[in-house]
Design a protein around this ligand. Structure first.
Ligand code: PMT
Length: 444
């Protein structure tokens, strides 16, 4: 799915926001389901994209119409809904999610999740997603206390699920005790806190890395290039590459989320720019370079994610090149080198903190280490694009971040999640560099 997530106000130090987060709210069949629309509404108010997924039994307690109205999307409830699957297949939906919260999670649902079942859409999504899972159990207090339920919860906790509640008190069945679903506002707070405090979404047990988001980019200007460039051969043909812009747009969103003012210089892509990001469209490498150079004096950080064509045809013909007639075979294109945009940034008089990407197909780490030094970058993020699952025009990526003081391997994950982890590393290094250069500039 394209990263067409909207972003609103994204200051970490400002009001809480879930802008751009993609959240699946799962609902299973318990009376507490009547409260879940309030949770959905709160998540949406905070800027999250919400996809509601109901189990068959959930329909007994709350209507899909209500949930569609508050989420702004049709509810999903079946693996076998051909129209919904055609729009966004369940695996795509599983990848789309930044977080899955199941509220209420009934005893039966906990049992199916603990067993790793995939017998309905909700359980399948949980298995097929790398997103963190939060569970808000709700059931009769005797069911809650049953050793089978406790065993299931133990297993789910070991698997990394976060269990929220339940609360204790009067129950719909007339009994009193533990088993009430936490109130929607409490669940909303838990989701917000979680989203803002955990940055390594693949590792629920891992607390925020030291330095992570310790200094946000409030008041800093970040310039990002993304997408491919197109180098014209004639009015209808060009040299380009498969870059979709997804990784660069995700980085722009991640930079917004840490408070930066973000400008995105984008080659031709089919993505909606993140809201709140100034986006400047360009077509070829020379236009991209001109825009970068014009904005450079203002930039504190530069992140070159664009797949800039190294070469362009020496001459772009004014008219469409005709197929050769009269038995002549072959057509030679004379190529000349494009400017190296990032090398120009690194050597400029207004040098910002410089981060580049490296798309490699062999000896990735070694080549990237050399490339970082050759182009004078502070940091390079290398992806092995020989792997068809990641890199160009894929939903996921896997990278190694290399800087002066070390290297960090970030395993395969959605481009958005990786962008957040990369941004944490950038912020930490940038703040270190500022502190070294001018200790007063980072005073709290
Ligand atoms: O857009 P997606 O489909 O999401 O795919 C993401 C990506 C694979 C394009 C991205 O992760 C990536 O690897 N981007 C860099 C691609 C690239 O051009 O790599 P490179 O190794 O050729 O270039 C190294 C660095 O120099 C890059 O920061 C590039 O922007 C920069 N460069 C390259 C050539 C040039 N003439 N000028 C440059 O500034």
């Amino acid at each position: 799915m394209a990263d067409t997530k909207s972003t609103g106000q994204n200051s970490l130090s400002g009001r809480r926001t879930l802008a751009g987060r993609c959240i699946i709210v799962g609902i299973s069949g318990g009376i507490a389901a009547y409260k879940t629309p309030v949770l959905v509404r709160r998540l949406r108010e905070a800027g999250a994209e919400v996809q509601v997924v109901m189990t068959e039994n959930a329909h007994q307690f709350v209507t899909a119409t209500t949930l569609q109205a508050v989420s702004g999307r049709p509810v999903r409830d079946s693996l076998w809904d051909a129209a919904a699957e055609a729009a966004m297949g369940h695996i795509e939906l599983a990848r789309w999610a930044d977080l899955i919260i199941i509220a209420p999670a009934t005893a039966d649902t906990l049992s199916r999740l603990a067993a790793g079942r995939a017998d309905d859409l909700l359980c399948t999504l949980r298995l097929a997603s790398r997103a963190p899972v939060m569970l808000a159990p709700a059931m009769n207090n005797v069911m809650w206390d049953h050793p089978a339920t406790m065993r299931n919860l133990q297993r789910l906790t070991e698997d990394g699920c976060v269990v929220l509640g339940p609360d204790s008190g009067p129950q719909a069945c007339g009994e009193t005790g533990p088993g009430r679903m936490q109130e929607p506002e409490a669940l909303f707070s838990a989701v917000s806190d979680y989203c803002l405090s955990f940055t390594d979404w693949n590792s629920l047990a891992t607390p925020v890395r030291s330095g992570s988001r310790s200094g946000n980019l409030q008041g800093k200007r970040v310039l990002i290039t993304a997408g491919p460039t197109r180098e014209a051969i004639d009015p209808v043909r060009y040299i380009s590459n498969e870059s979709s812009g997804k990784q660069g747009y995700a980085l722009a969103t991640a930079a917004l989320r840490v408070g930066a003012e973000v400008t995105l210089i984008s080659g031709p892509v089919n993505l909606t720019p993140p809201e709140g990001v100034e986006t400047i469209p360009v077509t070829n490498a020379r236009q991209m370079q001109d825009e970068v150079q014009a904005l450079l004096p203002e930039a504190d950080l530069f992140i070159g994610v664009a797949a800039v064509a190294d070469y362009r045809p020496e001459e772009a013909k004014d008219q469409k090149i005709k197929k050769l007639q009269g038995g002549k075979k072959g057509l030679n294109l004379n190529l000349v080198e494009n400017p190296d945009i990032i090398a120009g940034v690194s050597s400029s008089k207004h040098r910002p903190f410089v981060v580049g990407f490296a798309a490699e197909t062999q000896d990735a780490l070694q080549n990237a280490r050399e490339k970082r030094k050759r182009k004078g970058m502070d940091m390079i993020v290398v992806n092995d694009v020989a792997n068809p699952e990641i890199g160009f025009n894929s939903e996921e990526n896997a990278v190694t971040v290399i800087w002066d003081g070390g290297e960090e391997n970030l395993p395969q994950s959605s481009k958005m999640r990786l962008a957040e982890a990369i941004m944490d590393r950038i912020v930490a290094c940038f703040v270190d560099q500022l502190a070294t250069a001018n200790p007063e500039s980072v005073a709290e």
